[in-house]
Design a protein. Sequence first.
Length: 137
Amino acid sequence: MTNVLKLLPLALKEMARIKADGNQLGFVKDGKLWYADLPNWPLDRSHLLMVAGADDLLDELAKGKRYVTMKISQHNSRVNIKQGEALLELLWKEDNGFSGTYKVNGNFETKRVWLCPVVNFVFMRVPKFIRFSKVMT
């Protein structure tokens, strides 16, 4: 519990940064591996590694580029998605409720992704739904 309390101020700072950036979150590809780009992340970078489908989804979005910016928002219930958007729908929580496996609703080959406990660092919870779209750069 002490470790979680130590991370709380940093998580709040990161949430404020993401909100100030228009709810945008970046991902960087280093070699063949994707990482969430969280400047205020207090732990080892290995915890930011995107795996278990999240990396495949990022490859689809990146189309050969090494950096992807996504606009993200969390929701308690299903929301309508617009052209260019997709929706992650929580299937089940894992790791004592700190991570989750999501169904990808959208026009992607990747149909399921696991989001590690970093999802709690960004949203302060494992949301039921995450709407996202790629930001064109």
